[in-house]
Design a protein around this ligand. Structure first.
Ligand SMILES: [Zn+2]
Length: 462
């Protein structure tokens, strides 16, 4: 009796914001980690009697909380951060940006360029508290996977998948057979690999309905069921897409996917902004997951996150990558989402605080995990779940006084308050020092490679 439980790591003296089913908060708490899992959570006073840890991190003045999930990111666009704005100061930016800049940029990247993008992107994510990501589908996904393994983040990589389309560079269009085979082979390569962990895996991808043939969508849907993985796609992201579907098929995009038999829980639909009432019902019925990218979605339309969340749709938050709006900080996306939801879903009906920040933080953690289909493994601090944990500084003036750590985590914390990050039981950042990557080496490689890349990109897009 009373033999202390042996664990590998103890986060001690922190306030624990679990974001579990009861939203439990433990003041002066501790979280014990054994292997890659959470072994015990409780008061620090109890931990002293009951836990024998091989190592301990002093968490006083900090909040322990689950790592955030970025449910929609474009890894290979990281090196374009701020570039379109810079071009815009010199000349007229060409519209649409994705076709004139993003796609040409992605098409010129080498394997090593994407690895470098991955290092920067994932190290950046860790530094602002994101411990898991879903890549939308880009070039050289194996290089993304290598970068994710090296940085120590959790995630799903995916291949850019396009088999038709006007105005898309020919180098980016694969035959339907090749697109299918490339996707299936990628998923198989990453299944059960990841150096003895399932931390990094691959999904299938379909860029969006305009650039993917119905044959490919159908075949990919079958593969997703057979392999039991998700398909990452963009859906109901613009008026042009709705018009395309109505003109070509006489149906809205979600109805079109449903008709193809491709709308099920294997489909992960980023954005999902312009949904009709009937399409929303199809989401509830067939359970595709979704992702709200607050930095950009309100440019498209009044995203109905609140309604989707209330109706039980598996939805998380995403950044949409660094190229569009710059930041990869999901805390900031959450703050935008709260204001956005208030403006479009609350204020018009005098519903004050329609989605409180605490609920939005639940979307960023529990919701993201559900959207990625791994809610049993991550998304909250609970015994038996994977140890993906943040220690966040709550001692700054911007947080004082601290009555309720959950309020602080949801309202005043931003990514740069994150001090220490544990992913899969490994400490990957400690007191803001990244332990898995050499920041100076990343900067050196960027300084060497970026001038050459940008010279070509400027010539290509002039
Ligand atoms: Zn996207």
């Amino acid at each position: 009796m009373n033999v202390p439980k042996k664990v590998d790591l103890l986060l001690s003296g922190c306030d624990v914001v679990t974001i579990d089913g009861k939203n439990s908060v433990i003041r002066d708490g501790a979280v014990a980690i054994k292997g890659n899992k959470i072994a015990w959570i409780g008061k620090v006073s109890a931990a002293r009697r009951r836990i024998a840890a091989r190592s301990t991190i002093d968490g006083r003045g900090q909040i322990a909380m689950p790592g955030l999930v970025d449910a929609h990111v474009h890894t290979a666009q990281t090196l374009l951060r701020g570039k379109i704005a810079e071009i815009g100061r010199r000349r007229q930016v060409k519209i649409p940006i994705w076709r004139n800049y993003y796609i040409p940029f992605e098409s010129m990247l080498t394997d090593e360029d994407v690895y470098l993008s991955g290092l920067l992107c994932y190290a950046n994510m860790i530094s602002v508290g994101t411990t898991c990501f879903a890549e939308a589908g880009g070039p050289h996904p194996d290089a993304m996977g290598r970068a994710a393994i090296d940085v120590g983040i959790r995630g799903f990589v995916a291949l850019n998948t396009v088999d038709q389309g006007v105005g898309v560079p020919k180098t980016m269009i694969a035959s339907t057979g090749k697109a299918y085979d490339g996707n299936v082979a990628l998923v198989k390569r990453w299944k059960g690999t990841g150096q003895g962990t399932d931390r990094v895996q691959a999904w299938l991808a379909l860029r969006q309905i305009i650039v993917c043939s119905p044959e490919l969508i159908k075949a990919m849907s079958g593969a997703a069921r057979a392999l039991d993985v998700k398909i990452h796609t963009h859906l109901c992201e613009g008026v042009y897409e709705i018009d395309y579907a109505l003109e070509k098929f006489g149906k809205r995009p979600t109805e079109y996917l449903d008709d193809l038999g491709a709308l099920d829980r294997h489909m992960h639909c980023a954005h999902s902004v312009l949904l009709s009432a009937e399409e929303m019902d199809l989401y509830v019925k067939h359970r595709p997951s979704a992702c709200h990218c607050a930095f950009n979605n309100y440019h498209i339309g009044p995203h109905r996150l609140h309604e989707m969340w209330r109706r039980g749709i598996d939805i998380g938050l995403g950044t949409d990558g660094a190229a569009s709006w710059g930041s990869l900080d999901i805390f900031q996306v959450a703050h935008m989402a709260r204001v956005g939801q208030q403006a479009v879903m609350g204020t018009p009906i005098a519903y004050r605080n329609v989605m409180p920040s605490e609920e939005i933080l639940k979307v960023a953690t529990n919701g993201g995990a559900r959207a990625l289909g791994i809610e049993k493994a991550i998304g909250s601090l609970e015994v038996g779940k994977k140890a993906d944990i943040l220690l966040v500084d709550r001692s700054q003036l911007d947080h004082a006084p601290v009555y309720d750590p959950y309020f602080v985590a949801a309202n005043t914390v931003v990514g740069r308050d994150v001090r220490t990050v544990v992913v899969d039981g490994n400490v990957v950042m400690k007191d803001r020092e990244l332990l898995t990557v050499d920041r100076q080496e990343i900067d050196r490689r960027l300084a060497e490679r970026l001038p050459k890349l940008m010279e070509r990109f400027d010539a290509m897009t002039a």
